[in-house]
Design a protein. Sequence first.
Length: 412
Amino acid sequence: MKKLVGNLLYGQSGGPTSVINASAYGVIKESLENQNIIKDVLMMKHGIQGALNEDFIFISKQDEEDIELLKHSPGAAFGSVRYKMADFNEDDTDYVRLLYIFQEYNIRYFLYNGGNDSMDTCDRISEYMKNVGYEVRVIGVPKTIDNDLPFTDHTPGYGSAAKYIINTIMEISCDMLAYPKGKVTIVEIMGRHAGWLTAAAAVATKNGFGPDLIYLPEVPFSIEKFKKDVEKVYNKKSQCLVAVSEGLSNSEGVFLASSSALKDAFGHFQLGGVSSKLSQIVNNEMRISSRNIELGTTQRSAAHLQSLTDVNEAILVGKAAVKFAIEGKSGIMVTIERESSSPYKVSYKKQPLYKIANKEKAIPKSMINQDGNFVTDEFIDYVMPLIQGENIPKYYDGVQHFSKMKNGIIKK
């Protein structure tokens, strides 16, 4: 194996999670343990845009406390972005700029932390650098609360978001049960084409305080069937709790609701408003009192409910990425392979970026019940190990303490 000495460039992309910074921590720690090879770690500010703008945070200039606090900090400590790079065969402007930056800062390791679209960016950069003969090892570090990356059992970020949803749904259920005659409460949960997050709400039901009905994007949504399902539950219980994915669509693939006609850089519609629309239907057409709740960005930012399993795996995924890069691997994404659920055991593998870029993993049919309005025990067995343990927040004067990187998050 050729020893490649230089600097490592790391960035965060796409929607933040409560543990993406734990992966950054893993990258930093593993790099510092290999300073004979990796001389410094440069963090891009706002993902690939930071590299193009030559806007970096140098880890060698950071306080140890702020590095340690990355394990407890939500959001993207180094800034995120949604930026789509063109095909370099059609427009190589960004790539030529990146090549200059890589040469200028002796970047020999490039790690990008994100989801489906971020792996596309990684793949394009890897191919271009090979094309022009610049030696740099490109590794994708998985992250997404949606849990929809293929070829990996699950993704860092999902376990903590699922834990937040489960516990929040239980609290909502307790509030509903306070009254002899309740409402139809509809809770909207993130998930464009994959319902992994919404499905997690079933764990709350298994514990006695959860949704009666769950609707996922994997199942074409019928408003008439929804009304019948709700009526059946409400007539029996005088209340009904429903969990729905934001990406519900009909049999023709048309989204039930979207908050605007705007698309992001990768062509994705901004979703939202499903729970509001369904609540109006229950109120106006069924004449039953209803309210809607959108959990919104709290699903991905609730660091106070991090799963310890999720945090530890996020760190190890970051470490594995550095190890693979030092070993000479490139053009790959780190994956998590489940070896056993009981006892829970995983190992860290790799898959080529081109197999993962822009692809999504849906919930298998075997994890969804026949009526299409709940999940099976197979899903419960899958998700339970991922939500275990608590990463106790660092509190000062009653409030959480987060990392504040120099020239990154502004200190006030």
